[in-house]
Write a protein that binds this ligand. Structure first.
Ligand SMILES: O=C(O)CCC(=O)c1ccccc1C(=O)O
Ligand SMILES: [Mg+2]
Length: 347
């Protein structure tokens, strides 16, 4: 196993209620299996994964991939999800390449679709900037748009939600992500506005640990999606409390593509929908997440249109967004020969 660090700036910071994300520091990982080099990526984001420091320590030189895969916490969840993702992805990539299948086909129970629908991500901004970003997303062909809320006064967020629906028109699926910023009173108020505007879901209205309170917010005419809660407490806790209509599944936070698909399958068995998203990852992890989305048991727009947020990347994107959809790379593995230069250990 080899890993090398990278650092990528965002074109402009993504402003959220949990702070702005302006740079992504991670690791490109290579694992060789039976003469086949698999590619992976570990890009930690505190709040969803271990710290950068803990990720480095988990990947530290000389560690065997198997030991990283097996490192679990008391609840049986990966203790270093980003590092684990950095190992599980190349192992899966190499295995898929060895049998000449795309990663999606290798992971899925059935033939994966050729494309997956994705949502545009509109960061926090003024009412005008939010409306403008929404119009741009509609013009680009997105059929689903997620807007970040919770960073501003609730009156302003209410105006922003109305501006998004106005700018998007009736046919577009809308989502709002508060990143845990609201108290129960504010959440009820904004959830009722979102329901009135026919939003599909509100993501993480309350703090990550507030499982029961989230359960109480369901059934108000807009679905409740959980993201930080899934990363912090694990999916079982969410399922057991009936706390979510939708679980946000970030492969980087859940410990890899196979783990993520396992969570999505368990969700589906419980009637809970899954949405696969990135933590604004580089191109290798994004491609991995596209394959996971293609292998999902149900079809919902995923939060994978994050590549354009980066000013630079590790390689050209083999899975760009077109008309609100991403074409799933044909393979073998992650992206056929598209990542050949990254696979070369001397490069
Ligand atoms: O889901 C999306 O549309 C994009 C991904 C996204 O919003 C995100 C990106 C980095 C960290 C956290 C989040 C989040 O969903 O809260
Ligand atoms: Mg979120």
């Amino acid at each position: 196993m080899q890993y090398e660090p990278f650092s990528l700036d965002l074109r402009s910071p993504l402003s959220t209620a949990a702070g702005a994300i302006s740079r992504r520091d991670g690791f490109l990982v290579r694992v060789e299996r039976g003469g086949v080099v698999g590619l992976g990526e570990a890009t930690p984001l505190p709040g969803w994964t271990e710290s950068h420091e803990d990720c480095v320590a988990a990947l530290a030189a000389g560690r065997r991939p198997e030991s990283i895969l097996g490192e679990l916490d008391d609840a049986g969840r990966p203790s270093h999800p980003a590092a684990r993702h950095g190992v599980e992805l190349p192992v899966a990539d190499a295995a898929a390449r060895a049998v000449d299948e795309s990663l999606a086909a290798f992971l899925a129970d059935r033939d994966p679709p050729e494309t997956v629908p994705v949502n545009a991500t509109v960061g926090d901004g003024s009412v005008d900037a939010t409306a403008e970003a929404t119009r741009e997303a509609v013009d680009e062909g997105f059929g689903a748009i997620k807007v970040k809320v919770g960073a501003r006064d609730p009156d302003v967020d209410e105006a922003r939600l109305r501006a998004v629906r106005d700018a998007a028109g009736d046919g577009v699926e809308l989502r709002a992500d508060a990143n845990g910023a609201w108290d129960v009173g504010t959440a009820i108020r904004l959830i009722d506005v979102a329901a009135d505007l026919d939003f599909a879901y509100v993501e993480q209205p309350l703090g990550a640990s507030e499982v029961e309170a989230h359960a109480d917010l369901r059934g108000r005419g807009v679905e409740i999606a959980l993201d930080e809660s899934v990363a912090a407490l694990g999916p079982e806790r969410i399922f057991d409390a009936d706390a979510a209509d939708v679980v946000v599944c970030k492969p980087m936070a859940l410990g890899g593509p196979i783990r993520t698909l396992d969570v999505a399958r368990r969700a589906s068995q419980r009637g809970v929908k899954s949405v696969v998203t990135t933590t604004i990852d580089a191109v290798v992890a994004r491609a991995g997440a596209v394959h996971v989305a293609a292998a999902l048991p149900d079809r919902t727009a995923c939060g994978l249109a994050t590549g354009s947020m980066l000013a630079d990347d590790l390689a050209p994107d083999p899975a760009p967004v077109e008309d609100g959809r991403i074409h799933v790379p044909e393979g073998p593995g992650l992206a056929g020969d598209a990542f050949a230069a990254l696979r070369d250990p001397s490069g």
